[in-house]
Design a protein around this ligand. Structure first.
Ligand SMILES: *[C@@H]1O[C@H](CO)[C@@H](O)[C@H](O)[C@H]1NC(C)=O
Ligand SMILES: *[C@@H]1O[C@H](CO)[C@@H](O)[C@H](O)[C@H]1NC(C)=O
Ligand SMILES: *[C@@H]1O[C@H](CO)[C@@H](O)[C@H](O)[C@H]1NC(C)=O
Ligand SMILES: *[C@@H]1O[C@H](CO)[C@@H](O)[C@H](O)[C@H]1NC(C)=O
Ligand SMILES: *[C@@H]1O[C@H](CO)[C@@H](O)[C@H](O)[C@H]1NC(C)=O
Length: 775
């Protein structure tokens, strides 16, 4: 096995989902069909009947020859709120026929989305606790309901205790779906709804084995429990993971309600299920949707999450999504639609230090969440071994992949393992199984110095790339290298922090440079929150420990922080649109760390840019009182799509429900009233002046006066007109222009900011200028 090249391992890992789908459904696949709601012929009493008849008409001829499965079985979902149409199983020939039917506007094949934790093979998690909850207790009861699309919920967690909460809000129409391990009493005034969506998953992967997996809202993965508790968990004193991160755990909006929509199963999260969950959630009356998962970015109009989120936004629902864990590579973002809030991840000021003492006497530091009987063994040195070469090439055995370590050369030793390909905790398991006494997990260039602390089953310390190289060199250059490990617990007030996580996906936005993404960063490294009772904290089947809390990392963890703060803003300002809430979050965020220096990037230790951190790090208290907001109505987002040049057949999924048409009010996609500003010079070098427009709405004191402050810009002169905005009333809107004049075309993007100040509020927008290279 050691001989299998790395590329093959990658192939096995990533093709496993695909293989399941191909094997279990030979000819039929699931398609999501978008229908023109208004085209229903009168002969059908309702849409469901019409859709069923339409599917029947294309399937009946083929069905006769085969054994007659009912046509009803072909339809796995009817969508009626955020989306209109059905998900149905069809053969390729039937797909062609469907496209000719009246009322069929668009058709998409099923796709698979993944959760954005760093348990995904490419990334590893660090551990930290959540120290950002500084929200005043008078927001304790709230009628805001946050829908969490995830792996379900573990209702026994103390984070979902509803003691002291008022009755379920009157507007709530959701329900609790019961099933194995999930009964009526598992919903309460905190968990106000719980539903399951598995028909798309089963159509592709076969029936869920109910003995092995809960076909109910109960969460056996832990991810959904963790994200839901981060959004709106009740305060729990003395929360910790094996003694680490001890303190009070609470969600960002402890007074808000949670509705769990379980869309992810052991084999992934399927688009027809996700879309159905968004559809139901909007009908149920959620105010905020928290979605810590993503798929590939194709286009605004073919990604079902993007389409579902558009409709949710039209109905006033704020949608927060994880940016993805594809960093530090550029252009690695998912969930980039302007109507969703795209959240990247950053560190907090908490750390879990551990030390490595080498036989030569040198001490090095790393991070660990290991909790064994004690230190590995007081001061005894163990032989140290690394199964890689001293070139920087990774090999299956240097990464301690399963089956690559030989007991003979590992037993009784501390093993150095490179990060990559397999989950971090699994490497620890591989070392343990081969008789190793400890592990040093080293970062590679992809992770830089960002430390990853996991709940390993054996003593293990994670180290940065530089430290890792030093240790590997020591191990290679000495005949009898030795080391020992020591664990120092939890340290607070780490500086600098926050730092943008190396794994956090980076801009620019591949679909439109005019929309700067990600929107913001929030804590996503070493987050302590509630956990399932079904799995140990390492998530390994061999881990028999059970903990009420776990520490995870990923943009999956940062997204629910923003969802929770959005819920707070929504309870304070019930009439604000999703765009207003996003604007408040973005314009109040900060771009400095706790050493008063600009935010840094963990992968390079250099300053991060808006392509890494968006508008900056969320500042929940400030976001409740932003002074001014950049509002955007649903029709404005639609005009943005028109300006992007989408064809009418592509626009149909956004236009049909509300009969929207392009009024061409937006000359330039960069004129969308976004709280971030992106000026894109065309390839034609003759264009030297660009003018963008923005409109701000006063949500602060009725009479207020703002003046503009501009950062310096390289390569261009930037002017704002007017430079003063005098408001004479609440909700008054004023418009300004930003004029960019090229001084010298730059090959790299140029970053800066526009800030409006009234002496109390600072309304800051990041600015990026891009000169497209001449053709
Ligand atoms: C919920 O919290 C209350 C008050 O803190 C406590 O008395 C009660 O035992 C808790 N219930 C559960 C099920 O933990
Ligand atoms: C690799 O290790 C060998 C033996 O210790 C040494 O001679 C060689 O210079 C090293 N190569 C690199 C690239 O460090
Ligand atoms: C582990 O070792 C470190 C350094 O030698 C020491 O500070 C710490 O107290 C030890 N921890 C335990 C639990 O023995
Ligand atoms: C859209 O148009 C249809 C008929 O074309 C009409 O019945 C419906 O009321 C319109 N809907 C809206 C929201 O304007
Ligand atoms: C730029 O301007 C020059 C002079 O006016 C003109 O000859 C040239 O065709 C222009 N280039 C483009 C790409 O429009």
């Amino acid at each position: 096995m050691a001989g299998i090249p790395v590329q093959w391992w990658l192939f096995f890992l990533f093709s496993s989902y695909l293989a399941t789908i191909l094997v279990t459904s030979s000819t039929m696949k699931t398609y999501i069909i978008y229908m023109d709601k208004w085209a229903k012929p009168d002969e059908f009493s309702d849409h469901k009947q019409w859709y069923a008849s339409m599917i029947k008409s294309v399937t009946s001829t083929t069905e006769k020859q085969e054994d007659a499965a009912g046509d009803e079985d072909r339809i796995i979902y009817n969508y009626q709120t955020a989306f209109h149409g059905v998900a149905a199983q069809l053969s390729e020939e039937e797909v062609e026929k469907v496209q000719e039917q009246t009322g069929v506007m668009a058709l998409f094949p099923e796709t698979v989305y993944q959760l954005h934790t760093t348990r995904s093979p490419m990334f590893l998690g660090l551990e930290r606790e959540d120290s950002t909850s500084v929200i005043s207790d008078n927001l304790f009861n709230s009628d805001v309901v946050v829908g969490v699309l995830d792996t379900g919920i573990w209702p026994e967690s103390p984070s979902f205790n509803d003691t002291g909460m008022t009755r379920i809000p009157a507007h709530w129409k959701g329900t609790c779906e019961l099933g194995r391990g999930f009964e009526k009493h598992h919903c309460n005034r905190k968990i106000v709804g719980a539903r399951v969506f598995y028909r798309g998953y089963e159509a592709a992967s076969g029936k869920i084995n109910e003995q092995v997996e809960y076909k109910s809202p109960r969460d056996q993965d832990g991810h959904g429990t963790h994200t839901a508790a981060t959004v709106a968990g009740a305060p729990v004193h003395g929360a910790n993971l094996l003694g680490y991160a001890y303190g009070t755990a609470r969600g960002m909006a402890p007074g808000a309600r949670i509705a769990a929509y379980k869309v992810c199963w052991t084999g992934g999260c399927f688009s027809s299920d996700i879309l159905s969950a968004v559809d139901r959630a909007v009908a149920d009356g959620v105010n905020v949707l928290s979605i810590s998962l993503g798929g590939g970015v194709s286009s605004y109009c073919r990604d079902s999450l993007s389409i579902g989120a558009f409709a949710a936004m039209e109905m006033g629902v704020f949608v927060s999504c994880s940016a993805g864990n594809g960093g530090p590579d550029p252009i690695s973002l998912t969930n980039v639609s302007p109507w969703v809030t795209t959240v990247g991840a950053s560190t907090m000021d908490r750390d879990f230090p551990a030390t490595i003492k080498l036989g030569m006497g040198k001490f090095l530091t790393g991070a660990s969440l290991y909790k064994g009987r004690r230190n590995i063994s007081s001061n005894r040195l163990y032989p140290l071994v690394y199964h890689g070469s001293n070139s920087s090439n990774l090999t299956p055995s240097s990464m301690c992949l399963e089956g690559t370590l030989d007991r003979h050369s590992v037993a009784g030793k501390i093993v150095i393992c490179d990060r990559g390909i397999s989950p971090r905790v699994q490497k620890g398991q591989v070392v343990k199984d081969a008789g190793g006494v400890g592990m040093i997990l080293t970062n590679t260039a992809a992770n830089g110095e960002e430390l990853v602390a996991d709940c390993h089953l054996l003593p293990a310390v994670a180290v940065g790339e530089t430290t890792g190289k030093f240790i590997k060199h020591y191990a290679a250059a000495n005949r009898n290298p030795t080391a020992t490990l020591a664990f120092l617990g939890t340290k607070l007030r780490i500086r600098p922090s926050p730092v943008v996580a190396a794994f956090s996906s980076r801009g620019p936005n591949i679909l439109s440079l005019e929309i700067l993404k990600p929107d913001m960063v929030a804590p996503g490294v070493n987050i302590l929150a509630a956990w399932t009772g079904e799995l140990g904290p390492s998530s390994l089947p061999s881990d028999h420990r059970r903990t009420k809390f776990n520490i995870l990392s990923g943009t999956s963890m940062s997204c629910p922080h923003v969802s929770g703060v959005a819920a707070l803003i929504k309870s304070r300002h019930p009439d604000w649109s999703p765009a207003a809430i996003k604007s408040a979050l973005m314009t109040t965020s900060y771009v400095h760390d706790n050493t008063q220096n600009p935010l840094k990037d963990a992968s390079t230790a250099a300053f991060s840019t808006p392509y890494d951190h968006g508008a900056g790090h969320i500042n929940p208290l400030k976001a409740l009182d932003p002074g001014l907001i950049y509002d955007i109505a649903a029709q404005d987002y639609f005009e943005f799509l028109c300006a992007q040049g989408l064809t009418s057949s592509e626009l149909v999924v956004f236009s049909k429900f509300s009969n929207r048409t392009c009024r061409h009010t937006l000359g330039n996609a960069g004129d969308l009233n976004y709280p971030a500003i992106s000026a894109v010079y065309p390839e034609n070098g003759n264009v030297t002046v660009l003018t963008l427009h923005r409109t701000v709405t006063n949500v602060g004191p009725p009479v207020s006066s703002y003046h503009v402050v501009l950062s310096p810009f390289k390569g261009a002169s930037v002017k704002v007109e007017p430079t003063r905005l005098d408001f004479t009333g609440k909700r008054k809107k004023l418009t300004y222009k930003i004029i960019f004049t090229t001084r010298s075309r730059q090959t790299a993007p140029v970053f800066g900011s526009v800030t409006w100040k009234d002496g109390v509020h600072r309304v800051r927008s990041p600015v990026v200028i891009t000169w497209l290279p001449p053709l």
